[in-house]
Design a protein around this ligand. Structure first.
Ligand code: ZN
Length: 184
């Protein structure tokens, strides 16, 4: 799928569409995550189901996200699969004229011109997934409370930390000053 086709999936046509309920199904896969660049997420398999209820003055989008996204572990940098299962709702008010600043306050309520041709929910989907990401992404501990991170990588990281600390100690001028004090 090229980038245009991928992005077109998130454009829900309003113009000429009769009032009623419509369902859309969108797969957010590796191509989507590489394009969207949501934080460090570069892969995943997230199914998005959008139910659009359209009336003359109002469009309600009920979105259901289910699947997982893959991001690097904060500790060992190897990929972690993060399960996701959540719902969001976007309300779009259709008005004859949009006043300036009317859209500034709320991400979940949009005010749009009633002649809007289509809704582009790409960024809305981006934000929704971003907000669901945990603050800290790490491999879970096992039943004994030990990290399940890659032991080889962890060992190397520890060595690097140690070497860095040693080097900083050497370069810290206060240590030099202390040495001189001892000489006196
Ligand atoms: Zn890890």
């Amino acid at each position: 799928m090229d980038i245009k086709d991928l992005k077109d999936q998130f454009k829900l046509r309003l113009s000429g569409v009769e009032d009623g309920t419509y369902c859309y199904s969108i797969e957010c896969n590796k191509e989507f995550f590489e394009l969207a660049e949501i934080s460090d997420v570069r892969d995943g398999n997230l199914h998005l189901r959008v139910e659009m209820e359209k009336t003359e003055k109002l469009v309600v989008l009920n979105c259901h996200f289910e699947g997982d996204v893959i991001a690097p572990c904060d500790r060992c940098l190897l990929p972690v699969s993060i399960p996701m299962d959540f719902d969001t709702r976007l309300i779009v008010k259709l008005v004859p004229m949009v006043e300036e600043g009317e859209n500034d306050d709320d991400d979940d309520i949009w005010v749009m011109d009633e002649n809007t041709y289509e809704l582009d929910i790409f960024h809305y989907v981006y934000e929704s997934i971003f907000l669901e990401l945990p603050h800290r992404i790490v491999h879970e501990d096992d039943e004994n409370g030990n990290p399940t991170c890659d032991p080889e990588v962890m060992r190397k990281l520890e060595e690097m930390e140690k070497a860095k600390a040693e080097k900083e100690k050497e370069m810290d001028p206060r240590w030099e000053a202390l040495k001189n004090l001892k000489l006196d």
